[in-house]
Design a protein around this ligand. Structure first.
Ligand code: CP
Ligand code: NVA
Length: 303
């Protein structure tokens, strides 16, 4: 039976841990995996812009011996031309998997039900699982473990927050989520993470008070306005500015490293100088997108 990756919430802690270990192995010994996708074609459909996800999937699939077809749903006018279920069923006639970046999580569920091939979530309104796995791979490399560490996410409760919560809970990493009032993470997804955390012994703290991040090992920032959110920056800037991740906050919390999924907005959610500092893991996270995704592709498509 085919397996999708829409969110890691349905995966066991052991499955995600072994996926992380596979990513480490693939990163260390890429030639051993260079035929995993030989003869296979993967369609990557994007309803939203992308730099890292698009390029890391394309180059990563090539390194596994496979072939990627990029579909830009916006400029190709695919969106709305036919029903999602028909798009997905057609793609499954030729492709071995679908990677999709979409506005609505529901679209992924429609793809999943209509296509008898794996569907991989490349970001939706609720989750960004490939990012989550790459980020914990990066933490694992930086600290030699994920268990018992604390990740403090600071900013808007969004898709990245949700995947960090779920994957972190699965990998034994304590979570602090600090947001301005009214911008909290989705309670139903926090509750999924809490269920996992209860099994793995992870503590999840949510707060509007930035001091909740004191003692964290890593501070994590993301954009204050996600793709598809047309709120003008000026309307939220004053509310979010006290939550900027900067050198003073690194000092105050004692965090060793700073992370950000990128695209980053210098001197808004994170200072440019912190991005460029030796505390920054941003480029390692970007590089690890490819290794994490290649582990996912190997797990879902490798024989
Ligand atoms: N982090 C991330 O997903 O980047 P892109 O939007 O450029 O793919
Ligand atoms: N939360 C951001 C992540 C970008 C990779 C967004 O959805 O735009």
């Amino acid at each position: 039976m085919k397996q999708d990756l829409l969110t890691f919430a349905s995966w066991s802690p052991e499955e995600v841990k072994s996926l992380l270990e596979l990513a480490v192995t693939i990163k260390q010994t890429p030639t051993a995996y260079n035929q995993v996708l030989a003869g296979k074609s993967i369609v990557a459909l994007f309803e939203k812009p992308s730099l890292r996800t698009r390029v890391s999937f394309d180059i990563g699939i090539n390194k596994l011996g496979g072939h990627m077809v990029y579909l830009d749903a916006q400029s190709g006018k695919l969106a709305g031309r036919e029903d999602n279920v028909d798009t997905a069923a057609n793609l499954a006639c030729w492709a071995d998997a679908i990677v999709a970046r979409v506005f609505s999580h529901e679209t992924l569920e429609q793809f999943s039900s209509a296509a008898n091939i794996p569907v991989i979530n490349a970001l939706c309104d609720k989750y960004h699982p490939c990012q989550g796995l790459a980020d914990y791979l990066t933490m694992f490399e930086a600290f030699g473990k994920t268990e018992g560490l604390t990740m403090a996410y600071i900013g808007d409760g969004n898709n990245v927050t949700h995947s960090l919560l779920i994957v972190g809970a699965l990998l034994g990493c304590h979570q602090v989520v600090v947001t301005p009032a009214g911008h909290e993470a989705d309670p139903s997804i926090v509750s999924q993470a809490q269920d996992i955390a209860a099994q793995t012994g992870v503590k999840i703290v949510q707060s509007n008070d930035i001091d909740a991040a004191i003692g964290a090992d890593v501070l994590y920032a993301d954009t204050w306005l996600s793709m598809g959110d047309d709120t003008p920056l000026e309307a939220i800037k004053d509310k979010f500015m006290p939550y900027q991740v900067n050198e003073a906050l690194m000092e105050k919390t004692g965090a060793k490293y700073v992370m950000h999924c990128q695209p980053a907005h210098r001197d808004l959610e994170i200072t440019g100088s912190l991005i460029d500092s030796d505390k920054s893991l941003l480029m390692q996270e970007a590089e690890n997108r490819m290794h994490a995704q290649n582990a996912i592709l190997t797990k879902l498509l490798g024989s």
